[in-house]
Design a protein around this ligand. Structure first.
Ligand SMILES: Cc1cc2nc3c(=O)[nH]c(=O)nc-3n(C[C@H](O)[C@H](O)[C@H](O)COP(=O)(O)OP(=O)(O)OC[C@H]3O[C@@H](n4cnc5c(N)ncnc54)[C@H](O)[C@@H]3O)c2cc1C
Length: 414
């Protein structure tokens, strides 16, 4: 169905877009809804692209976030390979290759784009990035024919892809500038736990170095590092981060500063909302503006933005969360550790069940959990949200027998 006007128009076609559409179907079923999506596929879930889909365990069909019948049943105008080219919030018009489209309310959920490596050889065959479905399929296909691989970058994507490649009987080498794995999460014990896990699985990590050149004739044969190492390989991947590509919004009147600036209602200017990786929002719990490039944030913001588009007035007040999975190990992170002044470890990473509590000014700001019981997950979320003072129990926080939820009970008197 081709419309030139929608009551609700969404720019994006990813997780935040699909979540918003699902919410709008519930809240305002009769209203017209359209999605302008840059990619050729309908909205799909990205985390499996570096995990079970890359490992060949997930079926392609399981990635898609809405059923084909949902688009049909609710008359959702899904415009694939139709990127928004510009937005005019005063006229309520979005320009696209399919022409101008008028909207009642607009949600911008155009996510992030890959940062690319500006080094010689970055155009060679068998050198990959990972952001979209076809990238994951290309890496999977190359992995089946490779014996050696180099992963440039040891962030989440780098570690997840390296762990998947190791399952293909490849011994990957990770090159990263940091001096230990997951260095930004502060705990040396945590880094040591991951380093042991990766070493056990045959992944070699080079610290304090970066790729300077991808070598090969036509296809990759080695990665050469800045310090002069030559790492022979049959394939190479880079995961060096993403950025919110808002160039198409220049001149729209929206405030663009590391993403689209929105208020606590996720509104950029009247009638225009932003959600997910592209939104620069005031995190009411962390007490600062931030942009989050994680799955849970795209879902939570997609939902709140849709509710506000449909006439509610709900502030986005959510404890941020993400997870990552490498080999059989999943860890979770709640909150914002910026400005923490103390880290307390509960349990033991060696014994494969631990938590790092990040305290700031006497209350819990963030927590990293690895194999912890459900009550502890729920307790840390509530402690971060409520900001309860922990000074009285500070000395007990590291004790395995001390239940964090007892603080909440004491706090509420329940
Ligand atoms: C391989 C991979 C693994 C991940 N694993 C995890 C994980 O384990 N845990 C976790 O918390 N998070 C993970 N993430 C992050 C998570 O997937 C993202 O945070 C989430 O997808 C963001 O949703 P979004 O809707 O904001 O953006 P996206 O899902 O990126 O969707 C944005 C869409 O907008 C499109 N677009 C861009 N410009 C335009 C335009 N002008 N017009 C129309 N459409 C446009 C893009 O092509 C894209 O399809 C992973 C991401 C990747 C890539």
């Amino acid at each position: 169905m081709v419309h030139n006007r929608y009551d609700y128009l969404i720019i994006g076609g990813g997780l935040a877009a699909a979540t918003a559409v699902r919410e709008l179907i519930q809240l305002d079923p009769e209203a017209s809804k359209g999605i302008l999506a840059a990619e050729p596929e309908p909205p799909y879930d990205r985390p499996p692209l570096s995990k079970d889909y890359l490992l060949g365990r997930d079926a392609r069909a399981s990635l898609f976030l809405l059923k084909e019948s949902t688009y049909r049943r609710y008359g959702i105008g899904l415009h694939l390979e139709t990127p928004a080219l510009s937005v005019d919030p005063k006229a309520h018009i979005v320009a696209s290759p399919a022409g101008e489209i008028e909207y009642g309310r607009l949600l911008i959920a155009s996510g992030c784009s890959l940062k690319s490596l500006e080094i010689p050889g970055a155009g060679l065959a068998r050198f990959f990035y990972l952001r979209v479905l076809s990238d994951s399929e290309a890496i999977r296909s190359a992995a089946g024919q490779s014996r050696t691989a180099v992963m440039i970058g040891g962030g989440f994507i780098g570690l997840e892809v390296a762990s998947a490649l190791a399952s293909y009987n490849i011994n990957p080498t990770i090159v990263q500038p940091e001096s230990r794995l997951l260095a930004r999460y502060a705990s040396e014990e945590l880094s040591a736990c991951f380093e042991e896990l990766f070493a056990d699985q045959g992944v070699h990590v080079i610290y304090g170095d970066v790729a300077a050149e991808i070598a090969g004739e036509g296809a990759v044969t080695a990665v050469v590092t800045k310090s002069g190492r030559t790492l022979p390989c049959d394939m190479a991947c880079a995961g060096i981060g993403v950025y919110p590509d808002t160039a198409y919004l220049e001149g729209s009147g929206l405030t663009l500063n590391d993403g689209i600036a929105v208020n606590e209602y996720l509104e950029a200017v009247p009638g225009v909302y932003a959600a997910g990786d592209v939104a620069n929002f005031p995190d009411l719990i962390a007490g600062r503006r931030r942009r989050i490039e994680h799955w849970d944030n795209a879902i939570a913001q997609g939902r709140t933005a849709a509710r506000n588009m449909a006439g509610h007035r709900e502030a986005f007040n959510h404890v941020s969360y993400f997870y990552s999975t490498m080999f059989d190990l999943t860890y979770e992170f709640f909150g914002d550790m910026t400005g923490y002044d103390e880290a307390v470890v509960r349990g033991s990473f060696e014994r494969r069940s631990a938590a790092v509590l990040y305290l700031g000014k006497g209350s819990l700001k963030a927590a990293l959990l690895y194999n912890r019981p459900p009550w502890e997950r729920s307790a840390v979320q509530r402690l971060i949200a409520g900001g309860a003072p922990l000074d009285a129990v500070r000395d007990r926080l590291a004790e395995g027998s001390f239940r964090l939820d007892s603080i909440l009970k004491a706090d509420t008197g329940s």
